[in-house]
Design a protein around this ligand. Structure first.
Ligand SMILES: Nc1nc2c(c(=O)[nH]1)N[C@H]1C(S)=C(S)[C@@H](COP(=O)(O)OP(=O)(O)OC[C@H]3O[C@@H](n4cnc5c(=O)[nH]c(N)nc54)[C@H](O)[C@@H]3O)O[C@H]1N2
Ligand SMILES: Nc1nc2c(c(=O)[nH]1)N[C@H]1C(S)=C(S)[C@@H](COP(=O)(O)OP(=O)(O)OC[C@H]3O[C@@H](n4cnc5c(=O)[nH]c(N)nc54)[C@H](O)[C@@H]3O)O[C@H]1N2
Ligand SMILES: [Mo]
Length: 829
C-alpha cells in the first residue's frame, strides 16, 4: 500500500501522469545540479574527507544527509519512516537555493533616511549589503530607542510562523525572551490554524481538545463501523509535523481498509484518502457544514434516536439547543433536513440516512480544521461536538469525536519516553516602565495584526473583553512569512506602512523579507545543532539533529543573531546564561533523562552516548495501545468532571450568553457567513478553497525542485471543475486570472472532477510576486491566494482568521505572460 500511496501521491490531484512525473524528476535533478553551481555557493569546510551520512530531521521527516567535502549533496529518508514525504528533497535545495539570503541587507531608503524613509517603496527590491555590525547596530539602536522614548507597546513581536523543527531552534521564543529582557513588547495569542476552535472549546469541553493524545488508532480499527472525515484531508496534512513526523497514520489507513470500516468524506474535494478507502464522497457546499450537523441533530431529536442517558448525565443545556432545533430558538427556524438540503446541497434523504447510520453502529466523527478557519468558525467545532454528544458514543472505544487525527498522528499510541521541552523560555517582562491600560493590549489575537495597524488606540472585542489596539512602530518577524499567511494582501500592504521599521530574519527571500527594511540572514536547520522527537505524541525516538554543514555565506543561527543583539543591549549574559546551542541541547536531554530516571519509565544513556549514536528509539507498551479519550468522564462524570463551568459538555454556555455577541450565540447555531455560494446577491460565482498545500508546508520549500512536481505553467495550480472550466473556455494547463474585489493573481489551471462545481482551489503558501508594487490592486504573477481572501475575524469571541470565506471568479488569461521572478534574489543580494 505504501508503494501505492507513493504512486498516488505522484499522480494525484494535479493529474500528473507517471511519465510526466519522471520527466519532471529528471529535469529536477538537472535543476538541482544547476543550483549547486551558483557562483559563491560553496561549503566552508573544504578539507578532503570521505563522504558521510548524518541522521537529522525536518518538518517533512527524519533523514540522512550525505555530506561530501563540506557540501550537503543528497539525502535519503530514515529507514524507519515507512511513508517518506515526496517533498523531502526540497530540504536539501533550500540550503543552496537561489533565493537564499546570503548577507545582512538594508533597504537603501532606510539606510539613508532611517525611520523617515519613504515606506511606499518597500518591496521594490532595492537593498544594500551591509556588515553584520552595521545591521545589528541598526536593530539594537531602534529597539533601545523605542523602549526608552516610547515604550514596549511600540514594538510588535507577535511574530508567528512555522519556523523549523527542533527544540533549540525556536526563534520566536528567543525573540520573546530578548524583548522581555529589554522591557517587553506586544505579542500575539493563538494561531492561524485553529483559533476559532481554541476560542470555543474551553467553554464546551473545558480544554482545547484538538491537542494531546486522542483515542488510539487501534481502538478505531477494532470497534468503529463508520468513520466520517469532515473537512479533513488526513493523507495530506499528516505528511508534515512540528516535531519530526512519525507518519504512522498511513499504516492506520491500511488497517482501516482491511477492517472494512465504512468511510464518509464530507468535503468539496474528493481527496486521496477518500479514494483509498473507497469512501462515500459528500461534496458539500463550502461553509454549510454547521447546517448539515444541526439537521442531523434534528433527525436524532425528532425521531427520538439520540442517547438520552448520555445527554442527561454528561451534557448541559440540551433543552435550549432542542428548542433551537424545533424552531423555538432565537431565529424561529426549524432545522429540518429539507432546510439543510437547501443550504448544503446534500439531499434531505441522505441527511436522514446519516442520522440513522451514525446511531446504529459505532461511529467516529473526525474533523479537520478548515470548517473553523471561516467566518463564524466557532460554530463548527461546537455543532460537531453537539452532534457527537447526541449520538452518545463519546468515551466509548472507537466512538465519539476527534478533532485531530489529521496532524501529528495523535492517534498513535505513546511510548513511555518523556516529551522533550524547548531549550529556552521566553521569560516574563522586565517592567522597566509600567504599561498603562490606554497604551493598549499586551497581546492581540494573532490574525488581527492588520486591524491593529489600521486602528491604533481603538477598542476591539475579544472573548468577552474590550481591549485597545496598541500604537506599534516596529516589527521584528522571525520564523514566519506574514506576506503569505495573512489575508487580504493589498489591504495588508497598505497597512504595513504604519511600521516605521520592519525587521525580517529568515534564510530565504520570501515576500516578507522583500517588504522589510532590515533583513538578517539566518541559517537553515541543517547548519546548526538541535534535538527533536519523532512523533509529537508517539515519541517513537529522539534524534540528535547534528549540524550537517557550516553556515553558508554570512548566515548565522537565530541563537547567534539574538545573542549578538542581546550583547548590544547589555543583556548578553541574561539572554544566554552563558550557554551555547549545544549546551542547551544537552540541557533538554538532561531534563528528559531526569524525568525518565525518576519515573523509571525508559532508560536513557548518557548524553555523549546518545549524541554519538544520533538516535534513541523507544518501544510502545501494550497498555497504551487502546487508550480512549473521555472514557473516564463517561464512566463517572461527577468524579471525572470536565473543567467547564458545569463539569459537563456544554451544549449551551452561560458565560457566552453573558457576552451577548450576535456573531457568537450561546449554543451551536447556523449563521450565514460573509461570503458563500448560498448568498442571495453574491458578487462572485465561485468559492475559493484555500486549503493547505499537498507538496509544501505553507510557503516552505516553494523555491525548490518540489515546485516542478505540481506547478502548472510555472505558477501555482488552480483546480477547477470540468463544467466551470468549459463554461469559461479554460483547458488544463491554461494560465488563468483569479480575481475578486480585493485582488487578483495568475495561476495554472488544473481541470478536474475531483472538485465539485462552483468551487475552485488555490492552496495557501505560493510566494507572493506582485507585478507593480505601486499599484494598489497589482496582479500577483505566481498565485498567492491571500491576495483574494478577506481579513475579518471569525467573531468577537475568537477573532480567528476567516481565510476560507472567499468568493472569486476565474477567467482564461490571454495577456502577455509576466515571468515569475520571486525565486530570484533581489538585484544586489
Ligand atoms: N488563505 C489561507 N491562508 C492561510 C491558511 C489557509 O488555510 N488559507 N492557513 C494558515 C495557517 S493554519 C498557518 S499555520 C499559516 C502558516 O504561515 P507561516 O507559518 O508563516 O508559513 P511558513 O511558510 O511555514 O513560514 C515559515 C517561515 O519561517 C522560515 N524559517 C524556517 N525555519 C527557520 C529558522 O530556523 N529560522 C528563521 N529565522 N526562519 C525560519 C521559512 O523560511 C519561512 O519563511 O498560514 C495561514 N494562512
Ligand atoms: N502537506 C501539508 N500538511 C499540513 C500543512 C501544510 O501546509 N502542508 N499545514 C499544517 C497546518 S499549520 C495546519 S493548521 C493543518 C491544517 O489542517 P486542515 O485545516 O484540516 O487542512 P486544510 O487542507 O486547510 O483543509 C482540510 C480539508 O477541508 C476541506 N474544506 C475546505 N473548506 C471546506 C468546507 O467548507 N467544508 C468542508 N466540509 N470541507 C472543507 C478542504 O478541501 C481540505 O481537503 O495542516 C497541517 N498539515
Ligand atoms: Mo496552521
Amino acid at each position: 500500500m505504501l508503494q501505492n500511496l507513493k504512486e498516488k501521491k505522484m499522480s494525484e490531484t494535479h493529474s500528473l501522469s507517471r511519465r510526466r512525473f519522471l520527466s519532471a524528476t529528471s529535469s529536477l535533478t538537472a535543476l538541482a545540479a544547476a543550483d549547486m553551481m551558483l557562483p559563491g555557493v560553496v561549503g566552508r569546510a573544504f578539507a578532503a574527507e570521505a563522504p558521510k551520512e548524518i541522521l537529522t530531521g525536518s518538518h517533512w521527516g527524519a533523514f540522512y544527509a550525505k555530506v561530501d567535502n563540506g557540501r550537503f549533496t543528497s539525502l535519503r529518508p530514515w529507514e524507519k519512516d515507512f511513508h517518506p514525504n515526496a517533498a523531502l528533497d526540497g530540504v536539501q535545495d533550500v540550503v543552496y537555493s537561489s533565493s537564499r539570503i546570503r548577507y545582512p541587507m538594508v533597504r537603501r531608503a532606510y539606510l539613508e533616511k532611517g525611520i523617515k524613509a519613504d515606506r511606499d517603496s518597500r518591496g521594490d527590491g532595492d537593498f544594500v549589503r551591509v556588515s553584520w555590525d552595521k545591521a545589528l547596530d541598526l536593530v539594537a539602536g531602534e529597539l533601545k530607542r523605542l523602549e526608552e522614548q516610547e515604550g514596549p507597546w511600540a514594538v510588535y513581536a507577535g511574530s508567528y510562523g512555522w519556523r523549523s523543527s527542533g527544540e533549540i531552534g525556536n526563534p520566536q521564543i528567543m525573540l520573546t525572551r530578548l524583548m522581555n529582557l529589554n522591557g517587553g513588547a506586544v505579542y500575539s495569542s493563538s494561531n492561524y490554524s485553529k483559533a476559532a476552535l481554541e476560542g470555543i472549546m474551553p467553554y464546551v469541553v473545558g480544554s482545547i481538545d484538538a491537542a494531546g493524545p486522542q483515542t488510539t488508532y487501534q481502538s478505531v480499527i477494532e470497534n468503529t463501523k463508520t468513520i466520517v472525515f469532515w473537512g479533513a484531508d488526513p493523507f495530506k496534512t499528516n505528511q508534515i509535523a512540528f516535531a519530526l513526523p512519525d507518519h504512522e497514520e498511513y499504516k492506520w489507513f491500511e488497517d482501516m481498509k482491511k477492517a472494512g470500516i465504512k468511510a464518509i468524506f464530507i468535503n468539496p474535494i474528493n481527496v486521496e484518502a477518500s479514494k483509498y478507502l473507497n469512501a462515500e464522497w459528500l461534496a458539500i457546499r463550502p461553509h454549510s457544514d454547521v447546517a448539515l450537523a444541526i439537521a442531523i441533530c434534528h433527525v436524532l431529536l425528532t425521531e427520538k434516536l439520540y442517547d438520552k442517558e448520555f445527554i442527561a448525565n454528561c451534557t448541559f443545556g440540551f433543552d435550549k439547543f432542542s428548542d433551537y432545533l424545533l424552531g423555538k430558538g432565537w431565529d424561529k427556524v426549524e432545522k429540518t433536513p429539507e432546510w439543510a438540503a437547501a443550504l448544503t446541497e446534500i439531499p434531505a434523504d441522505v441527511i436522514r440516512r446519516l442520522a440513522h447510520q451514525f446511531v446504529e453502529n459505532r461511529t467516529m466523527l473526525v474533523s479537520g480544521w478548515s470548517c473553523q478557519r471561516q467566518h463564524h468558525g466557532e460554530q463548527w467545532p461546537w455543532a460537531f461536538v453537539t452532534l457527537a454528544s447526541m449520538i452518545g458514543q463519546v468515551g466509548l472505544p472507537g466512538g465519539g469525536f476527534c478533532q485531530n487525527y489529521h496532524l501529528y498522528s495523535l492517534g498513535s499510541p505513546a511510548t513511555m519516553a518523556p516529551a522533550l521541552a524547548p531549550g529556552m523560555s521566553g521569560g516574563t517582562r522586565k517592567a522597566n516602565k509600567p504599561w498603562p491600560k490606554e497604551k493598549g493590549a499586551q497581546s492581540i489575537p494573532v490574525a488581527r495584526v492588520v486591524d491593529m495597524l489600521e486602528k491604533p488606540g481603538q477598542t476591539y472585542e475579544h472573548n468577552g473583553e474590550k481591549k485597545i489596539y496598541p500604537d506599534v512602530k516596529l516589527t521584528y518577524w522571525v520564523g514566519g512569512n506574514p506576506f503569505h499567511h495573512h489575508q487580504d494582501r493589498n489591504r495588508m500592504r497598505k497597512a504595513w506602512r504604519k511600521f516605521e521599521t520592519v525587521i525580517v530574519q529568515d534564510f530565504q527571500w520570501t515576500a516578507s523579507a522583500r517588504f522589510a527594511d532590515i533583513v538578517l540572514p539566518a541559517t537553515t536547520t541543517t547548519e546548526r545543532d538541535d534535538i527533536e522527537m519523532v512523533g509529537a505524541n508517539s515519541k517513537r525516538a529522539y534524534i540528535a539533529m547534528k549540524k550537517v554543514v557550516e553556515p553558508l555565506f554570512e548566515s548565522k543561527s537565530d541563537y547567534a543573531i539574538f545573542t549578538a543583539l542581546a550583547e548590544r543591549l547589555g543583556l548578553g549574559q541574561e539572554f544566554t546564561e552563558g550557554k551555547s546551542e549545544l549546551d542547551m541541547v544537552r540541557d533538554v536531554y538532561a531534563a528528559a533523562k531526569k524525568t525518565a530516571d525518576a519515573k523509571k519509565t525508559v532508560t536513557l544513556p548518557a548524553f555523549e552516548e546518545f549524541w554519538e549514536k544520533g538516535i534513541i528509539e523507544f518501544e510502545t507498551p501494550a497498555k497504551n495501545q487502546r487508550w480512549v479519550k473521555y472514557a473516564d468522564f463517561r464512566e463517572d462524570p461527577i468524579e471525572n468532571m470536565l473543567p467547564t463551568g458545569t463539569g459537563k459538555i456544554e451544549l449551551y454556555s452561560k458565560p457566552i450568553e453573558k457576552m451577548g455577541y450576535d456573531d457568537c450565540p450561546p449554543h451551536a447555531s447556523w449563521l450565514e457567513p460573509l461570503e458563500w455560494l448560498g448568498q442571495k446577491d453574491k458578487a462572485y460565482p465561485l468559492h475559493m478553497n484555500s486549503n493547505h498545500p499537498l507538496h509544501r508546508m505553507h510557503s516552505q520549500l516553494n523555491g525548490t525542485r518540489v515546485r516542478k512536481i505540481y506547478e502548472v505553467a510555472d505558477r501555482e495550480p488552480c483546480m477547477i471543475n470540468t463544467k466551470d472550466a468549459a463554461a469559461r473556455g479554460i483547458k488544463n494547463g491554461d494560465v488563468v486570472r483569479v480575481f475578486n474585489g480585493r485582488g487578483q493573481c495568475l495561476a495554472g489551471a488544473v481541470v478536474s472532477d475531483d472538485i465539485r462545481p462552483s468551487v475552485v482551489q488555490l492552496q495557501e503558501g505560493a510566494w507572493y510576486d506582485p507585478v507593480d508594487i505601486k499599484d494598489a490592486n497589482t496582479l500577483c504573477k505566481h498565485g498567492d491566494v491571500n491576495v483574494l481572501t478577506p481579513d475579518i475575524g471569525s467573531s468577537r469571541l475568537a477573532q480567528a482568521t476567516s481565510a476560507h470565506t472567499c468568493l472569486v471568479d476565474v477567467e482564461k488569461y490571454t495577456g502577455p505572460l509576466p515571468k515569475v521572478t520571486v525565486f530570484d534574489a533581489p538585484a544586489n543580494a
